[in-house]
Design a protein around this ligand. Sequence first.
Ligand SMILES: Cc1ncc(COP(=O)(O)O)c(C=O)c1O
Length: 316
Amino acid sequence: MAGGPVFSFGWQNGAFVPADTVTLPLLAPGVTYAASVFEGIRAYTQGNGSGVALFRLDEHLDRLRRSCEVLGLDDVPDPAHLAKTVVELMERNTVAEDTYIRLQVYVDGDGEMTARGPTGVAMLARPRPQLTARLETGIRCQVSSWRRIGDNASPPRVKAAANYLNGRLAGLQAKVDGYDTALLLTEDGQVAEAPGACVLLVRDRVLLAPPVTAGILESLTRDTVLRHARDMGFIAQVLERPVDRTELYAASEVMLVGTGMEVTPVVGIDRFAIGDGIRGPVTQQLQDLYFAAVRGTDPTPDGWLTHVPNTQESAT
Ligand SMILES: Cc1ncc(COP(=O)(O)O)c(C=O)c1O
């Protein structure tokens, strides 16, 4: 949850509380053994002046439920109740701007590594303005010498805190070497994803996506962008298939997609320029469609936008 102060109210274990009192106990397995899963959710001001809406909230909470099940919790929080609580958190904080919400579910108490409870749940929100410069100028990535964790070790489709050690190591190495972030390959050498986002490539008007079996988180942004690409006709084909490392260098465009990254152009990889070394036309069109969806200026499938009621009139 990068930078900046959080809104005044948080929520933890059933109660709205001052944000600075939301804490995790040192002895909890959620801390010591990283027995913890989470979601990062964004809310955007709506282009038609109808306040603020959360993007694909129910699906984030459904993924959280699945993560909790793999974590082996006895008591999995009810997604419908969490959805109501997230909306109420936004209302209590009278949010009228672009916002990021972090929701963490963890094994509380002081049990051992295989403890299945008690379940702790906490959430905080903070303003999250769009990083427009990065969306235009793009970023540079390093193919990491760290490999992506595998499904039989620490399953990437579970949004578990423990998985982020892998992304952290790759990200640290990339930054030391002068890049913005990393791209990780699987143990088999196929392209997986970045530490906090999925990767998509454009080759000859085909949009390529490493498949959900390539060590990736099943990303909602990836799903959103692939749907747009399939629907809009400026791409000949969308293919989800294994991607080789050298296809990254041969691509005319590469982008990172995720709740945090949104749709960010990758303009260089391992000191190779991607295409012309600037944001490409397909990336730009997919960005436009993405922001039209999250800001409610284009129609979206039912349930993608959850409006926060008391912001309807305040944010114009
Ligand atoms: C490892 C990883 N991959 C991909 C994503 C993108 O997922 P989503 O689009 O659902 O935010 C994220 C961000 O949550 C992530 O942490």
